[in-house]
Write a protein that binds this ligand. Sequence first.
Ligand code: AMP
Length: 182
Amino acid sequence: EFNVEKIVAGDLLREEKAKGTKLGTEIARIMDKGELIPHKIICDLIKNKIKNKENYILDGFPRNLEQASLAKDIQIEKVIYIKIPDEIVLDRLNGRLTCKNCGGVFHLKYNKPKINGKCDNCGGELYIRADETKDAILQRIKIYKEQTMSLISYYKKMGILFEINGDRTIEVIYKDIRKLFK
Ligand code: AMP
């Protein structure tokens, strides 16, 4: 709707993983367990991607204070904190379907694709990510609490944090986020 590019840290890593290079294999080993990739690797991928771009949405980056500090030269205008209870995160990720082609997400129960196994946006093949097993999801939630949550007060102090209640429907959440970018 706003014609703004979405840059997803996890997608950049999944692209590297799919290439099957030595780096890709190392990324897969860490990622599939639900752990964080070394900061230098992800920061380089992100900085390379945003080079010469003015407007973009960053998803999944920075993931902790160290990355935020390494990324200080990236000008961040607004930070959206989607707040949601753990049990709902677990429920939404367990059963999530991701498009191999465009990264679009669907869900077996909550957001079914119109055609089984196919992405509504581009017709690409839908799959279940290797890190969307119960164990990997629980590990991702643990790391979120240990490392990512500290970014909430960090960006709050900077006056650029906007909290959105994520325990509602996709449409209502979208409307709320949209207001921030009018
Ligand atoms: P996501 O697609 O955001 O759910 O991320 C999936 C996985 O990619 C994470 O569990 C990490 O293994 C890795 N990852 C994504 N973003 C980052 C980041 N900023 N720093 C380190 N690892 C990341």
